[in-house]
Design a binder for this molecule. Structure first.
Ligand SMILES: [Zn+2]
Length: 250
C-alpha cells in the first residue's frame, strides 16, 4: 500500500513524499533539508522527483536533493529549469515502478503558463492550481486559462484524492463562506478543518467530490456565488474573474 506523507516546508508549503517498499518519490521539493531528514529517518531511497511548475518554493531543493541521491527529475516542458530534467507535455505518461504508480500529465495553465499536474485514478498532485476550497493566483495565465484548467479537473473521478502544495484551507473556507454562507457542505467542512488545524494536522488531502461541493472556483454557476461575486455579468468566466479578484484582496 502506497504511503503518502506531507513534509511541511517554509511557512505553509507541503512537499508530498510517496513511498513504498523502501523507495520514495517526492513532489515539488522547495527545500531539500526536511526531505533528506525524512528519507534518512524512514531509510528510503529516492527514485524520482516530480515538479509541477517553476516557482522557487517548489524547486529550490532539487539540486541539493540530487547531490544526496541521483534520481530522474520530471518537469513541464513549457518552463525553464537549471537542473537536468525529463520534459513532460500534456498527455504524457510517467511510469514509477518502484512505487507501483503511473501518472498522466495534465497541462494546467493559469498560476503559471507551463504548470502541469500528475494524475491517476487515485491521486492528483496539482501544485498551485487547485487548492482546498480555492485556487492558485494568476501570476502568468488569464482567468479563462485558469478556469479551463479547473474545468478539466472537474472531470476527474470524484474519489480522486487531491494533494495541493499549500495549507491555505482555513482562509479559503472563510472566503468561500462569504460567497455561499448557506452551503451546508461548506459549513461542515469549516468545522472539520478547524478541528484538524487546532490539532496542527494538515487539512489535506482533499478529494474532487469535496471540492465540487465546496470550492467556489468550481461553482461559478451557483446563484449565491453569482450574486455575491458582484460580477457585471453572470456567465461563469465573469463570475470566476470577479471572485478571483475578491480573493486576492481578502
Ligand atoms: Zn507557485
Amino acid at each position: 500500500m502506497l504511503n503518502i506523507i506531507p513534509i511541511p516546508a517554509f511557512e505553509d508549503n507541503y512537499i508530498w513524499l510517496l513511498h513504498l517498499n523502501g523507495y520514495a518519490v517526492v513532489v515539488d521539493p522547495g527545500d531539500a533539508v526536511p526531505v533528506i531528514e525524512i528519507l534518512q529517518k524512514l531509510n528510503l531511497t529516492l527514485t524520482a522527483i516530480l515538479i509541477t511548475h517553476h516557482h522557487s518554493d517548489h524547486i529550490d531543493g532539487v539540486s541539493d536533493l540530487l547531490r544526496h541521491q541521483a534520481a530522474p527529475v520530471y518537469a513541464p516542458q513549457y518552463e525553464k529549469f537549471d537542473f537536468e530534467h525529463i520534459k513532460l507535455a500534456d498527455g504524457d505518461r510517467i511510469e514509477l515502478p518502484d512505487i507501483a504508480q503511473s501518472f498522466r500529465v495534465m497541462w494546467l495553465p493559469g498560476h503559471t503558463l507551463g504548470h502541469i499536474a500528475y494524475v491517476n485514478e487515485d491521486y492528483l498532485f496539482c501544485g498551485d492550481t487547485l487548492f482546498a476550497a480555492g485556487c492558485g493566483r494568476l501570476f502568468e495565465g488569464t482567468p479563462a486559462q485558469m478556469q479551463a484548467s479547473l474545468e478539466s479537473l472537474k472531470e476527474l473521478s470524484p474519489n480522486t484524492k487531491v494533494f495541493c502544495t499549500h495549507e491555505y484551507t482555513t482562509k479559503n473556507i472563510a472566503f468561500a463562506l462569504t460567497l455561499e454562507p448557506d452551503n451546508a457542505d461548506l459549513q461542515t467542512r469549516a468545522s472539520v478543518v478547524k478541528q484538524l488545524r487546532q490539532l496542527r494536522l494538515p487539512s489535506l488531502p482533499s478529494n474532487i467530490a469535496l471540492e465540487l461541493a465546496t470550492n467556489p472556483f468550481l461553482r461559478c454557476n451557483q446563484a449565491s456565488i453569482i450574486k455575491n461575486s458582484h460580477a457585471e455579468k453572470s456567465d461563469a468566466l465573469s463570475v470566476f474573474t470577479a471572485i478571483r479578484t475578491l480573493r486576492n484582496h481578502y
